[in-house]
Design a protein around this ligand. Sequence first.
Ligand SMILES: [Zn+2]
Length: 456
Amino acid sequence: MSRSSYQVRAYSVKHSYDISEFLEAYRLILQRAIDEIWDNIRWIEKFNRKGRRRLIPIIPKGNGFKHHYLRSLLMDGWRYSKHYVDSAIKQAYSIIKSWRRSHLKGERSREKPIVKRRFIRIKETLYSFRDGKIKVSVKPYEEHLEFDVSRAWFWSRVPKDAEMGELILNEKHLTITFRFKQKMKKRCEGRIAWDCNERSLDGFNPKLGWIRVDLSQLFHIHRAYELKRKRLQSLASKKPSLRRILAKYSRRERNRAIDFLHKITTFLSSEFKDYIHGFERLEKRRMLSKSKNHNRNIAKSNWKTIITLMGYKADVKILNPYNSTKRCSRCGMVNTPKGALYECKRCGLRIDRQLNGAINLYLKMEGLTPSPRPFNELMRAWSGFTLTGEEADEGFDELVRAPRLMSPKSYAMFIKDYIAQNPRCWYICGLTKSSTSLSTYSCGCTKTVCWLWNGN
Ligand SMILES: [Zn+2]
């Protein structure tokens, strides 16, 4: 998603060849290459600053190993074209290297990578394209596959100057990649920074204000199928036929979630056209804690998919999330927020936690550091936005409506005065009662909620 001068697009077409034998043979030599490299890894002992012992894997790279030993080993008994052996070696190396990278970071254990999927990558030089037909050799002078793509659906979408790149072949599809020069930089309207949360996506831009996208529907999709599967899971061990139903549920869950995400991202990219969207780089793995429920909720989230899909539809910038939830967006103090309200111990800012995160990300996007002056500038001139596209009511009543996509005013600044003027329990009973505490509001219905959430 970083800006490069080339852009790659991939399109796939269905084919009707039965190539499962060929694919399986390729998978096996790929695995064999991985096994062989794995067995020749040297483990070197190293000590870190604290004196703790670590084993560092050294991958065999020598020409003698790679091009003579390994190649002749794999060539033995290989019935298909020779170049597949070379690409298997190349692919095996890239798999092992990526394993090593994550192993050194502590993300993967010392476990050999296993190839499960059956697919072949075919380099540009290993196929021919003439008169709308792609010819891929399988066995030299004996067998080849021909794909007629002259009338394929995607030609209208491929730019004229595009070059055909690598092909990816699997049991049902042939995926064709195209590479082309990126066009001139588009007009940039502004930047929006998005803070990803379990149930909402909180965007911030000084002109647009706070844009909250409700993701609770997505959460419900995952939750509903989780419960559905739970009922069957214990039975499935006794009755194998139920496993197919479980798989069906998983497929439906994924499809429904992807559908939802496509709708949301299409909407965002068209509504905020020519904006650059900033997202934090999130690693689910790093967010896991000891709480089972928390971990399950994290696992349900689709943040990475949102970022990927947005990347197709708009300009996306990936941001470093370091301290974005902890730092005060006004004075820069690092606090440890608890609950939905962010309170700064130094400057006394009271703000929705997610909005604070979004503002911090926005500042990062603009290359600014938190300081009171820009904060106050940012807070001036808000305007509203709703899912239906209508202008939001800028009054506090906006909060009473079900927030789908909206931009509430920066009520954090005025909350104190507002509570004093008309305290009211929006959450449950709608009663009016004066409140004593600032961060929470308790009412006759005994519901105690955070003021800033009183209304959601
Ligand atoms: Zn502060």
